[in-house]
Design a protein around this ligand. Structure first.
Ligand code: BG6
Length: 502
């Protein structure tokens, strides 16, 4: 997030590991194109596309050009495409072969001299998680991680960052054997979403909300990330991961921490990330019994999403026939600090649901209704402030109003702000701001080690309790439904309801 009008990032060589992979094709290269089209890439910029086996320079350029064709179709500016593609060279490197990293260093140095990149490097690890530590170690051994003569070396690490607290801590330690914390840029693509970044602005650039943003006025918070997609071709990854690991300690906790954090002293990476980590750190660590009581996990069974017929999760490709992996998870969390004591945060996320739908809903306490005593108040509802992340992008405030006419009747109405009514939509994959920020050295929208670890620490009791319970307590829900009934019961027990997802 730049404070000044954005201008071209400083010179650098962008070394892209996993250049032939899906992520590069769908998100990273199109994001580089969008930055180039907006004039935000420097003149002294080059891409070194790294693969583990020979791909060939021409073939790589064609492959990347093709990915842009798929992404922006005929709308791409061909001159920008050709300029970007001409900056791509290829290299072969495999972390198990130190010589290949020596060759890579020479290649990167050579490109640097030709382009005038002044020694600045970004290494983007678009590789499977097992490759993170070995690649960084190999970079270190080849002298590629050292920052010298005022130049920067930064490493972007994709998700998943660990599979539990122990593995995340191990990975953090392994990266820090080679890199300083401020060289490590851990991506969570939710922080690339404008609407997610806007939570900071909504809370801290307005005087209106902060005074009521606390337990005295807020009844509870609901965070929903509902997806219609199934597991598709990701069976092997997903079955070993599950909905909780895949979504909660990262994406949902980004939303939670932005909503729950204290105001930072400054809008800079250090202050914001410290407050976010403190909020996560205040999530109550529950006992195994509490974990089972305050959570729901479920798997989808055959159903229909729109026109698509969906099989049981257990019949998906690369999923174990007796899998107990959850495709839906709901949690009730407590944040033990002065602002949030007694205000539950309910989180839910799932695949194969009726509708794609991401939102944070803040429910305010009921009004003291004594003045309406004796009047039919069926219509009287609590106020909700809803931050809509997808597919709508906007903010809605729901409140009660008098229905016109001589009878005193109350109806629920809403004030709606839609991004599209006020702002032109820039073509974006959601990675542009993140990449630009890395190039300019701003880590605010990246995860810091303490935040990642606090997130895993909070979900660990749930993972552990579910693992121990096996298929006991694993619910089922029909693909194309709004999720398992157990999730409704989780709130009903507290006299509350989820906001409808369809
Ligand atoms: C990814 C998860 O990190 O986020 C996917 O691995 C999930 O399972 C995706 O579908 C959701 O992202 P978005 O931006 O579509 O909400």
């Amino acid at each position: 997030m730049t404070h000044a009008p954005a201008r071209a990032a400083p010179p650098c060589v962008f070394v892209l590991f996993g250049a032939n992979g899906d992520l590069t094709q769908r998100l990273v290269f199109p994001a580089l194109y969008n930055l180039a089209a907006q004039g935000l890439l420097p003149d002294a910029f080059a891409v070194v596309a790294v693969t583990r086996v020979e791909f060939g320079e021409q073939a790589m350029r064609d492959h990347l050009r093709d990915s842009l064709g798929k992404y922006c179709m005929e709308k791409c500016d061909l001159a920008v495409v050709e300029d970007l593609v001409s900056r791509v060279t290829t290299a072969v490197a495999d972390a198990s072969n130190p010589n290949s990293f020596e060759t890579l260093r020479k290649h990167v140095d050579d490109v640097d001299v030709r382009r005038g990149a002044q020694g600045n490097r970004i290494f983007y690890l678009a590789v499977p998680p097992t490759g993170f530590a070995p690649t960084v170690r190999a970079l270190g051994a080849a002298g590629l991680a050292r920052q010298k003569d005022g130049a920067f070396v930064r490493v972007i690490v994709e998700k998943p960052f660990g599979a539990d607290l122990a593995s995340a801590m191990k990975l953090n330690a392994e990266l820090r054997e080679v890199l300083d914390e401020d060289q490590i840029f851990r991506i969570d693509h939710y922080l690339g979403k404008e609407t997610v970044q806007n939570i900071l602005m909504l809370r801290f650039a307005n005087g209106l909300f902060e005074p009521i943003w606390k337990r005295e006025h807020i009844d509870h918070v609901q965070i929903t990330v509902a997806e219609t997609v199934t597991i598709g071709r990701r069976g092997a990854f997903y079955d070993a991961t599950g909905a909780l690991r895949d979504m909660v300690p990262n994406h949902l906790f980004q939303l939670l921490s932005l909503v729950a954090m204290e105001p930072p002293a400054r809008l800079d990476a250090h202050s914001v990330r410290s407050e976010k980590a403190r909020a996560l750190d205040a999530i109550r660590i529950v006992t195994p019994q509490e974990a089972l009581r305050d959570s729901v996990r479920a798997q989808y069974v055959a159903g229909r999403i729109g026109d698509e017929v969906v099989d049981d999760y257990r019949q998906e490709k690369d999923v174990a026939a007796n899998s107990t992996t959850e495709t839906f998870a709901a949690l009730k969390l407590s944040i033990d600090n002065w602002r949030w004591a007694g205000v539950p945060f309910y989180l839910r996320t799932g695949k194969a649901l009726a509708r794609r739908y991401t939102e944070v809903a803040i429910k305010f306490r009921e009004a003291p209704i004594s003045m309406f005593r004796g009047i039919d108040l069926d219509g009287l509802r609590s106020n909700y402030l809803v931050l809509q992340i997808a597919p709508e992008e906007g903010i809605t405030l729901q409140f009660n109003a008098k229905t016109p006419g001589p009878n005193l009747q109350i109806a629920r109405v809403a004030m709606n702000f839609r991004y599209s009514d006020f702002f032109d939509k820039q073509p974006a994959t959601g990675y542009e701001t993140l990449l630009y920020d890395c190039m300019t050295g701003d880590g605010l929208l990246y995860q810091r080690a303490d935040g990642v670890e606090a997130g895993w620490r909070a979900v660990e009791p749930f993972l552990e309790a579910w693992r121990a319970a096996g298929d006991q307590g694993l619910g089922l829900y029909r693909a194309g439904s709004t999720g398992p009934s157990e999730a409704d019961a989780l709130l009903a027990r507290d006299g509350r309801r989820w906001r409808p997802t369809s």
